[in-house]
Design a protein around this ligand. Structure first.
Ligand code: NI
Length: 191
């Protein structure tokens, strides 16, 4: 089942997500729905807060980047309760987008390598090192479960420039070809 993707402006995107309990029910179904939702929206990563679940889970499938890096062909993974133990190297710029911010792309500085510890969908523990586009995606998604979105990493000036676009997203005034949930419009006060 595809789920509506939460748009910029909803407080769930700014909230630090909770750890997942091994025995928590509905996790497999959530993961399955997250993949389906991500594929439908043609994304390469999706975090649980983006479907309204404030949980420390994200899914990635970087296969669309296989032309840039053949290691990414079939790079499909689930990250539960991940911890970025270390990110290393000299920060580089890369153009990012986010399914919660349709039609916005920004160059974001991030470190080029990450060392990450996480549980997979069977709750097996892994510790792995990634670089390149994989490291980029993992850091973007990890930010989501910390309540950080990519535009939090641009300069105040750039943010002012895109303010109008951001307001339009929050109001649902965007052209988007996947299902989204926009924050409730402010109620007029008559008091
Ligand atoms: Ni995102």
């Amino acid at each position: 089942m595809t789920l509506p993707i939460i748009a910029y402006g909803d407080p769930v995107l700014k909230k630090k997500a909770s750890e997942v309990d091994k025995n928590q029910s509905g996790i497999r179904e959530l993961i399955e729905n997250m993949f389906e939702t991500m594929y439908k929206a043609e994304g390469v990563g999706l975090a649980a807060p983006q479907v309204g679940q404030s949980l420390r889970i994200f899914v990635v499938d970087a296969t669309p980047f296989k032309k840039d890096d053949e290691k990414l062909d079939g790079f499909k993974k689930v990250f539960i309760n991940p911890e970025i133990i270390e990110s290393t190297g000299k920060e580089i710029l890369f153009n990012e987008g986010c399914l919660s911010f349709p039609n916005i792309r920004e160059d974001i500085w991030r470190k080029p390598e990450v060392f990450i510890r996480y549980y997979d969908e069977d709750f097996n523990l892994h510790e792995e090192k990634y670089d390149g586009i994989a490291a980029r995606i993992l850091q973007h998604e990890y930010d989501h479960i910390e309540g950080i979105v990519f535009i939090d990493r641009i300069s105040p000036l750039k943010r002012r420039i895109i303010k109008g676009k951001l307001n339009s997203i929050a109001k649902g005034l965007v052209d988007v070809n996947y299902r989204m949930k926009f924050p409730a419009r402010k109620q007029k006060s008559y008091s």
